[in-house]
Design a protein around this ligand. Structure first.
Ligand SMILES: Cc1cc2nc3c(=O)[nH]c(=O)nc-3n(C[C@H](O)[C@H](O)[C@H](O)COP(=O)(O)OP(=O)(O)OC[C@H]3O[C@@H](n4cnc5c(N)ncnc54)[C@H](O)[C@@H]3O)c2cc1C
Length: 301
């Protein structure tokens, strides 16, 4: 079995960008992706310069096509299930769900995040009329009658204030959670309505929200909005490989994607355990690749 210079897990903006830089640095790279990128539900990806409004799958195809120019890059459309290193061995063993095995000197984790919503049925509207990032989709939702769904006061206030920048016609839905008098006053001063009642159901067609029904039977008409989800890493690799994390679950790095575990690098949203953007993830992929190449070059010189 050939030993690859690097394996990159995840072909989102972070992994694609890392792979491109490594290919251009004449490194042998295996890039793996199982097609579970969280932005696959959205119609358009915004704010990435020169590609504003491109569909996420088109953005990915453009990225994968660009990689074809570099013969040392191989792409595998499959799920990585194991990353291990035997004691005394300096290389990492990577297994996939279809039982393929690979060996590499370095590994870049770029596996992104997934989200859990305070109300399950938000999933049906996510990416069409309910979003989590106002910088990504606020412009498209401007001036519409919107909701903000958040269950923790800190996030209620943060998201409501932010979304107010794009639409002043706003209802905060806490789905049964309390909000302090002080917090409520801040929002009511701006005519933001607050509904603390639990939501019975979201009403709409084809992912486009029309109304929200509350436990009492009250229905309010709304055209969409923003939700504050909880984020988690979809893979166990960070923990399994022993990469140090801080008290907030953020992976400790040197700022260039090097983790505390030798030869394991990290890039994109999975590092911070917080949502970011296509631009930020691509930049971090580029940085991690520079670190991988710099380390390989200096180890081999
Ligand atoms: C609804 C929605 C709308 C958005 N709109 C925008 C927008 O308009 N503009 C913007 O800049 N950002 C937007 N974002 C955010 C943007 O999608 C992310 O910030 C960005 O994609 C993160 O890049 P990443 O490379 O870190 O992770 P991802 O893009 O999530 O890529 C991670 C990849 O890892 C793969 N993977 C995970 N585990 C494995 C495994 N075990 N084996 C193989 N592959 C694996 C996944 O398939 C996935 O493709 C949006 C997000 C959502 C959910």
């Amino acid at each position: 079995m050939n030993i690859l210079d690097c394996i990159v897990v995840g072909a989102g903006p972070a992994g694609l960008s890392a792979t491109l830089t490594l290919g251009r640095s004449r490194k042998t790279v295996g890039l793996f992706d199982d097609g579970t990128n969280r932005n696959r539900v959205t119609q358009e990806s915004h704010g990435f310069i020169t590609r504003d409004g491109t569909k996420p799958h088109e953005l990915r195809e453009i990225g994968l096509n660009e990689l074809k120019k570099y013969p040392s890059i191989s792409y595998f459309n499959t799920k990585v299930t194991e990353i291990t290193k035997e004691k005394g061995n300096k290389n990492y063993f990577v297994k996939t769900v279809d039982k393929k095995e690979f060996i590499a000197e370095k590994v870049v984790l770029a596996t992104g995040l997934q989200e859990v919503f305070p109300i399950d049925s938000v999933r049906e509207y996510y990416g069409r009329s309910i979003f989590s990032c106002p910088y990504c989709d606020g412009w498209e939702m401007r001036n519409k009658p919107l909701i903000v769904i958040a269950e923790e006061e800190e996030y209620m206030l943060h998201m409501a204030k932010l979304v107010y920048n794009w639409s002043e016609n706003l209802v905060l839905i806490t789905n049964g959670a309390e909000i302090s008098v002080e917090g409520a006053l801040k929002l009511e001063k701006r005519n933001i309505k607050i509904k603390t009642e639990p939501v019975k159901k979201l009403i709409g067609v084809d992912g486009y929200l029309h109304a929200v029904e509350f436990a009492s039977g009250e229905i309010i008409e709304r055209a969409g909005g923003f939700v504050v989800p909880t984020f988690y890493r979809p893979t166990p690799f960070v923990k399994q490989l022993g990469c140090e994390m801080n008290e907030n679950g953020v992976v400790v790095t040197d700022g260039m994607g090097r983790t505390t575990q030798k030869d394991i690098y990290i890039a994109g949203e999975t590092e911070k355990l917080a949502p970011s953007s296509v631009t930020i993830s691509a930049a971090e992929g580029n940085k991690a690749a520079i670190a991988v190449n710099a380390d390989l070059v200096s180890e081999r010189f």
